[in-house]
Design a protein around this ligand. Structure first.
Ligand SMILES: [Zn+2]
Length: 173
């Protein structure tokens, strides 16, 4: 139970509510509002250049500020994940990328707190259409990494990056 950890009142009518089913759902006895907890979807890119190097972004914000992350971010409501990926990459790197092959999906958490949101993280292999990496938005630095010179696991943000980058190195390096 993470999504409802800080919920005390119904977001529609303000009545007190209590999560049911061990935190699976809430149902408001007053107005009938129902909501099911779920993992928040994200889309990220494994952007590889002509020399086979992969682009990582050093996070400028918490959680995991200062650690290396695959560029990407949360989907907006009703947004296609590939559109979200292109939008987030443009916001964070100033580059236009094209998603190619779907690579992986990994469940993780956005931080270590008890109420840290669960995330459903989608990854695509990408190529650069245009632009040069220029850090912006919530990114402090961008750098191309050779497959055999990736940051060590304790310098990577979140658990999902360790898993996904390890798989990428084994399959594509
Ligand atoms: Zn209500």
């Amino acid at each position: 139970m993470a999504e409802f950890a800080s919920w005390r009142h119904c977001p529609r009518c303000g009545a007190e509510i209590e999560p049911l089913g061990g935190g699976v759902r809430v149902e408001c006895a007053n107005c009938g509002f129902k909501h099911y907890a779920s993992s928040k979807p994200t889309a990220s890119g494994l952007v590889v250049d002509d020399e086979g190097r992969i682009l990582l972004a050093r996070r400028a914000i918490e959680p995991d500020k200062g650690k290396w992350d695959l560029p990407g971010g949360f989907l907006q409501e009703a947004e296609d994940p590939r559109d979200a990926l292109v939008r987030e990459l443009e916001e964070e790197t100033s580059m236009r990328v094209e998603p190619l092959e779907f690579f992986d999906v990994v469940i993780d958490r956005y931080g270590e707190d008890d109420d840290a949101q669960y995330t459903l993280n989608l990854y695509w292999l990408c190529r650069v259409l245009e632009g040069e990496p220029t850090p912006a938005d919530d990114v402090a630095e961008l750098r191309w990494f050779d497959a055999d010179q990736l940051p060590p696991p304790d310098e990577l943000a979140f658990r999902n990056n360790v898993q996904v980058l390890s798989r990428w190195r084994n399959e594509h390096a």
